[in-house]
Design a protein around this ligand. Structure first.
Ligand code: A2P
Length: 359
């Protein structure tokens, strides 16, 4: 069987990578449809060496589509994905629009692949910073259980999209020219105040919650619980996040501190072995050789890199590690396409009778 695949947001930072990941995937593609806003209708992109003209998205765009890969922002997903499902397509959504919906599985194949079986037409791809953390911690969860996770992120500018990458470059150029830096996008496009990211750090990603955390931090807490425990509010693993935007273009870094449930059979060396054998993981950890993960080395790769593994001498059963992944690939496009590959592999490219959004 071959599938008609639509990429919603095909001209964006993640969308262009969705095209590349789909080209390299095991999915037999009959026809690809590249969709975006009317702004870029008519743009010609390539799929497997063939020209494909980008189309403005309408509900009818999804007639005859089997699989939708979506990364055009939450508003576009909310508007178009139920339309696509109604027309019989299965959608893998990279936005936050449906992640917390109990009817929508939130999936990282290395961690909770079987959750896709419950889909009703929409499967959500988690936030970029959540994905690389749960991939790194999965083998530890399986071997020793987790009581608590405390994470600080160092997130690349590209997570805010193609225009944000341009803004970061422009600010850097302004600074080097001795000019004042101007900002219109960071930290959050829709907010009242904007600050330069170049040569700076911004401890705000997404809008603020009433409790003083940011929505990005909220996502890391609740998505981690939903992926690892099946319930976004499960208190079994305590999660605490601080999310910071750093002037890196591609590749998120995360300092992760965690406490295990059962430390009787564990030490830093065993954690290194677990990581080394873990799915989708590469251990880069050798202080003697100054070997540790770095965003510039992770860029363009779909693996998650882990290093700086060490036990906390002050707190038995607690450990630190440093996790890096390409936020546009494992954090977005690669994970989305991996979910689609699993749907194909398990013959789940079909919507059930009680599909998502059916009244
Ligand atoms: P366009 O290029 O026409 O603006 P990024 O995450 O890099 O900002 O990219 C966002 C992607 O989502 C782009 O492909 C953009 O298309 C697309 N997009 C934004 N809004 C819509 C919309 N309302 N309908 C369809 N595509 C959209």
């Amino acid at each position: 069987k071959e599938y008609n695949v639509a990429i919603l947001g095909a001209t964006g930072a993640v969308g262009t990578r969705l095209i590349q990941q789909l080209e390299q995937s095991s999915i037999p593609v009959k026809q690809v449809k590249l969709l975006a806003s009317p702004r870029s209708a008519g743009t010609v992109l390539q799929f497997k060496g063939q020209d494909v003209t980008v189309e403005a998205t309408t509900p009818e765009s999804f007639d005859d589509v089997d699989i939708v890969l979506a990364s055009a922002g939450g508003a576009a997903s909310k508007q178009f994905l139920p339309e696509a499902v109604k027309r019989g397509a299965v959608a893998v959504d990279n936005t936050s629009a449906f992640r917390m919906d109990p009817e929508v599985p939130l999936v990282v194949p290395e961690v909770n692949e079987s959750a896709i079986e419950q889909h009703k037409g929409i499967i959500a791809n988690p936030n970029c910073s959540t994905i690389q953390m749960v991939v790194a911690l999965k083998p530890i969860l399986d071997a020793a259980g987790l009581k608590q996770i405390i994470v600080s992120t160092y997130q690349a500018g590209s997570g805010a999209g193609q225009m944000a990458i341009k803004e970061l470059d422009h600010e850097a150029q302004q600074h080097l020219n001795g000019e004042e830096m101007t900002a219109d996008i960071f930290p959050v496009k829709s907010e009242a105040h904007h600050y330069p990211l170049a040569f700076n750090l911004l401890p705000q990603i997404d809008v603020f919650e009433p409790d003083g955390s940011t929505h990005e931090e909220w996502k890391m807490v609740h998505e981690t619980k939903k992926i690892m425990l099946g319930d976004m509010n499960d208190p079994k693993i305590k999660v605490n996040a601080t999310c910071v935007r750093v002037p890196v273009v591609i590749g998120h870094g995360e300092s992760v501190y965690f406490e295990v449930e059962d430390n009787s059979n564990l030490d830093a060396h065993k954690i290194q072995q677990l990581i080394k054998n873990g799915k989708g993981l590469v251990l880069e950890d050798n202080p003697a050789e100054q070997l540790y993960p770095q965003p510039i080395n992770a860029e363009g790769h779909t693996d998650t890199y882990v290093g700086r593994v060490r036990a906390d001498p002050e707190n038995p059963g607690a450990y630190n590690l440093w996790v890096v992944a390409d936020n546009l690939l494992k954090g977005a496009a690669a994970n989305t396409v991996e979910i689609a590959e699993k749907l194909v592999e398990h013959d789940l490219v079909r919507v059930p009778a009680d599909y998502y959004g059916k009244k």
